[in-house]
Design a protein around this ligand. Sequence first.
Ligand code: ADP
Ligand code: GLC
Length: 472
Amino acid sequence: MTIAMVASEMFPYVKSGGLADAVGGFCRELSRHEETIAILPLYRSIDCERFDIRPAGIDFSLNLGGEKFNIKVYKCFDNGCENYFIYHPALCDHERLYDCPDSDLRFGIFAHAVCELAANHINIDILHLHDWQSALAAPLAKEPYRLRCRVVLTIHNLAFQGIFSKEAIERLNLGWDRFTIDRFEFYDKVNFLKGGIADADAVTTVSPTYAQEIKHPDFGCGLDRFLRTHEDKLSGILNGIDASEFDPASDPALSFPFDNRQIGRKQEEKHALCEHIGLHNSHYPLFAYVGRLADQKGIKELAEMLRSIADAPLNVVILGSGDPYHEALCKPLEGKENIRVILGYDEALSRRIYAASDFFLMPSKFEPCGLAQMIAMRYGSIPIVRKTGGLRDTVIDFTDSSPHHPNPSVGTGITMERTDIVSFMHAIIKALALYADREKHTALIVSNMKKDFSWRRPVMEYLKLYRALKPF
Ligand code: ADP
Ligand code: GLC
């Protein structure tokens, strides 16, 4: 069986968040079982020299809305996976990865090019699409390309659907007959993700809980009813993390790499980080946040809570980037002696923070899966999360098993039902009490570090899904 993974980002070539980690780790593990191909846009920011990306000798042109687009295909090999890159200036030559004008045309070109590649240049059995940026390939695979393969669509975040004015129908040769309520049409606009869901043979999302949540109006982002009509083909498979990429014992970003028998070295990493970012009292518990500064992540509630506890004997570090509103909520916290706010994207610093911190804050309003809490557990940082989506599926409160005899082999972190200030304070008090009990804290760290968050199990589930789809 040959599987083509189609995505708008993939680690290590291009990454803006969890999608890239997820697709990269997934491909690497899947290629150990089945022939795996990845298809990505060749953005200007991708370093062709570093990854030895060369022309694949495949060129073709697309005729979209009466305009001709000449496509060039590139490729490289990595860890048993064959990676194809689609190049056209209108798709690839932008300053920003997303939110550019003409995004409908950009990812329309991408989806057409993927289908043309699969129709005439490579053989595939499963076309596995990720998020709205590639979702258009599901209807196109049926008509006009008539691909002889099954199509799986994975939703990593329903909040992003790719909604555009209806001119896209003609501009991208989608056909007005498909501009209907049961396909692309969404409040008189074109919805790429909705069109993809309608035509995919299977739809998955990245955790079992989120697969249930999105059928409810609170989480459905306007598509809950539509998803309910397609629930027979909807399931949730929890993401993994790439266990060799995220490994505190061999991570080159760390000054004191450590495994689960060397927790003392984790302390040294903490002292080194505190010194590096100018936090005094490095014996204080260190609370961390790494991630996008966006409404989804509960940043407003996080900032409010941190303002209230800023005088307590603890340290906080925030690494993130996001929209001006959320960045402005965090920046003033920097005025506190024990809080550091680092705005920007820094892969190496993120690893140091995971490794150095004692607690990892993730008060998300919704979270399709969340990789950060799994990375945190692997690096010995105890997650403090709101119980939603994949956070509910991966973090069990360490006091849940028995309030009097916490069982670290069952629990993994601290959970909150809500993120109001009282619930948040309660969670922080629980964390401080755990920190004061060195033996219990260390036991929980070690037990989390031993857990298997790799792609091994998820890939088994996806293989089962692929095999259950009737072959062509
Ligand atoms: P999401 O995909 O919703 O942003 P995830 O938890 O699934 O959230 O994945 C986020 C990934 O992006 C993690 O690998 C996290 O470490 C990384 N990341 C997010 N923001 C930053 C940042 N500012 N610097 C470095 N890494 C970041
Ligand atoms: C999205 C989601 C996040 C998930 C990631 C990878 O960015 O917001 O929860 O972990 O995709 O699937």
